[in-house]
Design a protein around this ligand. Structure first.
Ligand SMILES: Nc1ncnc2c1ncn2[C@@H]1O[C@H](COP(=O)(O)OP(=O)(O)OP(=O)(O)O)[C@@H](O)[C@H]1O
Ligand SMILES: [Mg+2]
Length: 364
């Protein structure tokens, strides 16, 4: 019988295929090895990381040195869940950490960092989509039903006002004014439901960003500074230019509304990054390398709604309808893209990731 054996050297292949960032750390806390997922996570090549102190680049919000010492002493792994991990200038990401001493020499430790980010949000995004669909379907139906009796109420109030004295007329005017406000809100809801299918073509992301920036600066973002930090070599994306501009406008508007104080800054950043891949229900993986970040230095998401902001009708503002981000989420998912948020007080980042336009389109 032939031996039951894999036809390649196992450790190397496993190391390279491990889908979560992994580092091998020596007794002096320097990096011995980093796998490809780790290189992407830390945004450095393994060559430049090798031999460097591990926690120069990687900040883990937990007593990590103590955990290492314990893992070494007990020769057993340690798991730390839900810790913030930051690398370089990126906002912290929640991760689950595993610290495992090597089998044959516990001076050497394997550090596995599993970001909760993507897994959590994949799940969340699915539920957002279906929740949005049913909430909006319901709201649309209601909107339609409520508008008729509202017209009746408003008409009756106008009739009463004809024979009313000044004092009563104030009240009938209030009825008319408030019904008008409700109709406006209902129109918005109906419009949301009617959003047309995107008319997609090759689009320069910076053109759409610029249109949104200019329109913001003459209106709601007049009190802000908007800084551009673009990668000019970004290839075109495949999008409906008007809907894309609507997405950016909504995100800039939210940032401007969150930053009440003058002197606040919104940074628009674009960059190319191949690491975000989504596996679609109907096909293979899709790569979303075009990244647009809208970064503000405001107070951050209100914690009580932070996990629900993409749901329709969730708002942390006095007069907000809570449809802005639901619309962003709908448009981006119609474009097979991805939107996510990282927020800590002083730094909120909305990141939109989009596909590259098909080659043929670029030439058109
Ligand atoms: N950049 C940000 N900083 C802090 N909080 C934000 C930011 N963006 C969104 N939010 C919070 O998320 C909530 C939902 O945003 P969304 O755009 O969906 O609705 P809205 O702005 O309240 O209303 P609408 O956009 O329909 O006028 C906001 O009310 C706000 O509390
Ligand atoms: Mg908004």
């Amino acid at each position: 019988m032939t031996p039951y054996r894999l036809p390649y050297p196992v450790p190397g292949v496993i190391w390279a295929s491990l889908p979560i960032p992994a580092l091998l750390i020596g007794p002096d806390m320097r990096v011995f090895e980093v796998n490809p997922a780790g290189e992407i996570f830390l945004n450095v090549s393994s060559k430049s990381l090798m031999g460097q102190p591990a926690f120069d680049r990687l900040a883990i919000d937990a007593p990590i040195e103590e955990a290492f010492a314990r893992a070494r002493a007990n020769q057993s792994p340690i798991f730390i869940n839900d810790v913030d991990v930051s690398t370089g200038e990126r906002a912290p990401i929640q991760c689950n950490i595993q610290i495992a001493p090597m089998h044959d020499n516990s001076d050497y430790i394997m550090l596995l960092i599993a970001p909760r980010d993507i897994a959590d949000r994949l799940g969340r995004s699915m539920s957002v989509k279906s929740a949005a669909k049913s909430a909006i379907g319901m709201a649309e139906m209601l909107a339609h039903e409520i508008k008729n009796p509202l017209a009746g109420i408003s008409g009756a109030a106008q009739l009463i006002s004809m024979n009313a004295n000044a004092e009563d007329r104030e009240l009938t005017d209030l009825i008319v004014e408030e019904t008008r406000r409700i109709v406006k809100l209902l129109d918005q809801v109906e419009q949301f439901g009617n959003l047309r299918k995107p008319d997609r073509r090759a689009v320069n992301i910076h053109d759409a960003l610029d249109r949104a920036r200019k329109s913001a600066l003459v209106g709601f973002a007049a009190h802000m500074t908007i800084v551009e930090d673009y990668d000019p070599s970004l290839p075109p994306t495949f999008a409906d230019p008007d809907q894309l501009m609507q997405v950016f406008l909504n995100l800039i508007k939210n940032a401007a509304e969150a930053c009440r104080t003058t002197g606040s800054t919104i940074r628009l950043r674009t960059y190319y990054d191949l690491s975000l891949r989504l596996r679609r229900k109907n096909g293979g993986p899709s790569v979303l390398p075009l990244n647009i970040e809208i970064i503000d230095d405001g107070p951050g998401l209100p914690p009580e709604i932070a996990t629900d902001i993409f749901e329709p009708f969730v708002s942390g503002r006095e007069n907000g309808t809570g449809l802005g981000l639901a619309l962003v989420s709908k448009i981006i998912s119609d474009h097979e893209g991805w939107v996510q948020v990282d927020s800590v007080p002083g730094r909120t980042v909305f990141r939109v990731s989009l596909p590259v336009a098909p080659k043929k389109m670029e030439a058109d």
